[in-house]
Every structure is written in C-alpha cells, then in structure tokens.
Design a binder for this molecule. Structure first.
Ligand code: ADP
Length: 262
C-alpha cells in the first residue's frame, strides 16, 4: 500500500510538473502569437510603401510622403520591440529591482516637466494634490517607477477630451506608516465597463482609443508594464473610470524608513 502511495505521489508530482510546463509552454506560444500579430501591421505597411517606391513613384512629394510613412512604421516597431522586451523580462522576473530611497515629489515633478509640451498642446490644467515642499521619501526602483508615473500621466493626456477644461490631477496621499497612495486622475474619455477589466492585459487597447490610434500610436503594453512594475514592488494598482467622465489610477508605494536615531 505504501509503494502505491509513493507511486501515487510521484504520479501527482509529475502531473503537477507537466501542468506547469504546459502552462509555461502555452504562455510562450501566446506571446509568440501576440507579438507576431502586433508586428504584422507595421511590417506590411512598410512593405507596401517600399514596394510602391520600388515600382517607381515620379512625384517627389509623394515619394517623400511614403518614406515618412514607412519611417513612422519603423518607429512604431521599435517602440513595440522595446516595450515587449521590458514586459517579457518583467514577466519572467529577469528584471532585478534596484531599490533606493528617493523623493517621490521630485519624481512626479520631473515627469510633469517631461510632459509639459503635450500638456500645453492639449491645454490641460495640472492639479497638484500634494505638498510641493515635502519630499515624500520612498523606497523603490526610481527608473522603473519613472516608467509607471510617465505611462500613467501620458495616458491621462492621451485620452483627454478635445475640449477645454481638461485636467490631470496628481495626488499623493499618506496612507499610514508604511505607504503613500499615488493617484493620477483625468476628466477625459473614460473607459467603458467592458474595457475596464482588461486594460492591464498586454496589447489590450480600448475600442474608443482604437479609432484614435492613428494619432496616438500606442502599443497597448503601457499598463501591462505599469502593473508588473507596481506588483514587483509588492504593491497593487487600481483603476476606476466612468465613460465620458474620467479615469483615476491609484497605486501604493513604500515609504523610505527614516534612519533610526540612536
Ligand atoms: P495604449 O495606451 O498604448 O493603447 P495602455 O496599456 O497604456 O496602451 O492602455 C490600454 C488601454 O486602456 C488604452 O488603449 C485605453 O483604451 C485605456 N486607457 C488607459 N489609460 C486611460 C485613461 N487615462 N483614460 C481612458 N482610457 C485609458
């Protein structure tokens, strides 16, 4: 009976392993399917322009236009490959976080500064709901968190409405001894109920934005990367949104522990 038990356990262990390998294999296959699907469009676009040019286009202006379009598609592919690389590393835990103590306030101000041209272009108001005088020292990987903050602010700008009165609100809330809660809110297009549960999936793009992607050119990877980074830090990110009203993303981040006074 004991042997049978042992064999049973062994069989169970094998089944478990096989299931795990199966899942990994499936995930790999899904990755390959997703990425080739996403790369197909820009590649075919480029091929189309190049073949037309090869056929001979007389008009100098048209030629330049095709070259520009081809170049834009190359840029899109580069962005895609870069984002996929980051996400693949995050998904396989190959990215080691380099945590240090730094100022969250400064990080947010830097991000807003980097986005200032786009904010001005769209005539958005920035609402700061934090004390600019306070450092808000956090303990996290500043480079990775840059990506989080930039992606969320960039989305708030990207999905704003084409009317005046748009804002991007950034709030830092002190949520106890250990963490800050960061909120990035907009009064833009909002996200439909159906999309809301899926926005963190890789390559997922909301319907509404699909129509605007020509202008926007997103990869659909931004939020997947954001979520991975926040979770790799041991924290969570949430989204609330109402279509036509606006969207708020909020995530937590560890405070830097002050040095013990001895
Ligand atoms: P991308 O912006 O490249 O399409 P993301 O992963 O950053 O990809 O976002 C996924 C989808 O979530 C977007 O296509 C959009 O539909 C929706 N979304 C993200 N942020 C916002 C926002 N602030 N307001 C409205 N929709 C948003």
């Amino acid at each position: 009976a004991q042997r049978a038990d042992e064999l049973g356990q062994l069989a169970e262990a094998f089944n478990h392993l096989a299931a795990q390998l199966g899942a990994a294999e499936e995930a790999r296959a899904q990755w390959v399917a997703d990425t080739s699907h996403e790369l197909r469009t820009p590649i075919f676009n480029i091929q189309g322009y190049v073949l037309t040019l090869l056929d001979g286009v007389k008009d100098q202006k048209v030629r330049k236009d095709y070259l520009k379009k081809a170049s834009r598609n190359v840029e899109r592919m580069i962005r895609l490959v870069q984002d996929m690389d980051v996400l693949a590393r995050l998904e396989s835990n190959q990215l080691v976080l380099q945590k240090e103590a730094y100022s969250l306030t400064e990080q947010i101000e830097d991000a807003l500064e980097q986005m200032s041209d786009r904010i001005a272009q769209q005539e958005l108001t920035v609402v700061r709901d934090f004390d600019p005088e306070s450092d808000c020292a956090v303990y996290a990987d500043p480079e990775r968190m840059d990506q989080v903050v930039l992606n969320l602010i960039s989305n708030a700008i990207k999905y704003s409405r084409d009317e005046s009165g748009g804002f991007v609100r950034v709030a830092i809330e002190d949520s106890g001894d250990k963490t800050y809660n960061v909120i990035i809110e907009d009064n833009g297009l909002g996200i439909s109920k159906e999309d809301l549960g899926r926005v963190f999936e890789r390559f997922y793009r909301g319907d509404r934005s699909r129509t605007r992607t020509k202008k926007i050119g997103g990869t659909g990877l931004g939020l997947a990367i954001v979520k991975h980074i926040v979770e790799a830090h041991g924290h969570a990110i949430k989204v609330t949104s109402t279509q036509g009203v606006g969207t708020a993303f909020s995530f937590t981040i560890s405070k830097a522990q002050p040095l013990a006074v001895s």
